[in-house]
Design a protein around this ligand. Sequence first.
Ligand SMILES: [Zn+2]
Length: 262
Amino acid sequence: MQRFDRGAYWALLDRLRATHRPRRFQELPTAPARSPYFLLRHDVDYSPAAALDLAREEAARGVRATYFLLPNGRHYNLLTAEFAAVPRRLVALGHEVGLHYDTRFFASFPRRRWRVLLESQAAFLGELAGAPVRSIAQHQPLLSGPDPFRRTRRFVNAYGSPLLRGMPYVSDACAAWRDASWAVLAADHLPPAFQLVLHAENWPRRAVPRLRLYARLHDDVARAVRDERDALLVKIRAHQGVREHDARERREERARLAGRRR
Ligand SMILES: [Zn+2]
């Protein structure tokens, strides 16, 4: 179970599901606390494709999770044709779409505008998803510093809701289990409620060593940028304006030389 691949993912989930129900964050305000459960959270930091692939498998097995999508990451852009349908597809599969937000973004604005800026991001994501965003989770809390929305009443905050305080937090960050996380997962008895925070790219169909896995996620973006660069250079060389500009300069240079010889 310490492996990270799709087989290990289902071994883990099935073991947890034997006694606990996976829940989405949006169920929290109404969820009866009586039966054991875990909040199944997927932070989509890098790969919507990996998220969708896992989301489909989960749906086929009756598992519903909350997928937190990042509107301003470097690795995907929800406003492009390639990714625009991802939130809607996740919702169609029965999952919840939540807002993953980078608090460093807000530093460019006065504090009094932060709440509206967060709500705009949530509204935008809700429009794409076709379902209002009810849950939010900060991206990279260790790098970004304190979350100014921790006490929000407008959303269920994965780090802030009073319900989550004191609830064990189990995360697969960097495709590794911290000792505290592993102690929860490997114990004979699971706590009555806990938050399981996963990243779909950590659970490929075949295991990949973690450094290669993360290098590859970045290499994919770098390759796409390189391909775009090459295509752009070809286009610029053939561009009509560029040809006319360069031909004009050559003509003017020839005229200047001819004038000097006279
Ligand atoms: Zn994140």
